[in-house]
Ligand binder design. Structure first.
Ligand code: PLP
Length: 375
């Protein structure tokens, strides 16, 4: 029996051994990457190798990578008002943002001209509204559209290539928060103008992430953090070589093991939901009819409160989340479920389980056994 069972990978993943190894190796190198002497060049090599590993892993050879302290900072770097649309040469001053995006995007921007794009009851963005908003104001080439790839609460995946087509046809820009998508789904043909990533969601360390952008589509005229000109002026401050090395190693392993891991985790998740349904046929699984991440299940059992359920699971040594993990600790209503039109009393009972590389059948059995005590 495992001493504790961790089913909260969408909040943060345990550190992968490969990431630990890469970080330990990076600790052996001491130079400042901006210095031209040998130790400086050795540190620079670690950072540039990591950049290449990330580009190769994602299959985005032309995107510029700006390392940041995480996805929140990456979003703020892009959305604080310092970017220009490379095709129209116009500064970007308008934001269309999906109502179910992470608060890191909803709260990170500094735009005054903002319109929220709704989602349907399955959590899928309203493409019709997006099209209308892009054409109505006549300012598409000054607009950036922000739609996440996979939702951290429900696992619902957005039709990225369809969104791209709508945005591209209008001449606007698209940024997608792929924090939960990458390492769990292939990018396929998707190629947003900018994406944001976070290392701790793929088994890397917390406190490091990246903004990737296509320089043919946009330029960053003014960074959020200005100073020494690192990261081509987009993010000043001496680079975190240890975090960067751990990030690249974790992402690489997550992408390499993804086909096998996601098949396995999808089967575990489906088995979990099937057992839940047998226990409580009235269980509501949010986003169940939409394409979802295979590792995620967000559900509510009518009449239960998430806070109580969380505590009972915790007593049995099982870690899960209610609502968004970033706001866990204080259990508050989920803006994602509200945007999907879920009734407030049902949403109050919403629990999220999210599996990862260490999850096995024993964990699912323990989850079901614990839930059966109170459901
Ligand atoms: N976007 C999504 C979808 C997330 O799940 C999170 C973290 O919970 C973030 C952004 C913020 O990432 P970070 O912790 O790297 O700032």
């Amino acid at each position: 029996m495992k001493p504790r069972i961790y089913c909260d990978y969408n909040a943060t993943s345990p550190l992968r051994q490969t990431a630990k190894d890469a970080m330990l190796a990076a600790m052996e190198v001491d130079g400042n990457p901006s210095s031209i002497h040998a130790p400086g060049r050795a540190t620079r090599r670690i950072i540039e190798d990591a950049r290449q590993t990330i580009r190769d892993g994602l299959g985005l050879p032309n995107h510029i990578i700006v390392f940041t302290s995480g996805a929140t900072e990456a979003l703020a770097t892009l959305l604080h008002g310092g970017i220009v649309n490379a095709r129209s040469k116009k500064p970007v001053s308008r934001l269309l943002i999906c109502a179910a995006d992470h608060v890191a995007a909803l709260e990170a921007h500094s735009f005054d001209d903002v319109i929220k794009i709704g989602v349907d009851e399955h959590g899928i963005v309203d493409l019709g509204q997006l099209r209308t908003e892009l054409s109505d104001a006549g300012k598409a080439d000054e607009t950036i559209v922000c739609v996440h790839g996979a939702n951290n609460e429900t696992g619902v995946c957005q039709p990225l290539t369809d969104i791209e087509t709508v945005v591209e046809e209008a001449g606007a820009l698209l940024v997608s928060d792929l924090v939960q998508w990458v390492g769990r789904r292939a990018l396929g043909a998707a190629n947003p103008d900018a994406i944001v990533l976070s290392a701790h969601k793929v088994g890397g360390p917390a406190g490091i992430g990246a903004l990737l952008y296509n320089p043919a589509r946009l330029s960053i005229e003014r960074g959020l953090i200005r100073g020494g000109g690192q990261e081509k002026g987009a993010r000043a401050g001496t680079e975190n070589r240890i975090g960067i090395a751990g990030f690249a190693a974790a992402l690489n392993e997550a992408i390499e093991t993804m086909p096998r891991d996601m098949l396995r985790l999808g089967a575990l998740r489906d088995a979990f939901e099937a057992k839940l349904f047998v226990m409580r046929p009235d269980v509501e699984v949010f986003g169940a009819s939409a394409p979802r991440l295979p590792n995620t299940s967000c559900f509510a059992i009518p009449g239960t409160k998430a806070a109580t359920a969380l505590m009972q699971l915790d007593l049995d040594g099982i870690a899960v989340s209610s609502g968004a993990a970033c706001s866990s600790g204080k259990v508050k209503a989920s803006h994602v479920l509200a945007a999907m039109g879920v009734a407030a009393d049902l949403a109050e009972g919403a629990l999220r389980i999210s599996f990862g590389f260490d999850t096995d059948e024993e964990d699912v059995a323990a989850l079901i056994a614990s839930i059966s005590k109170w459901c």
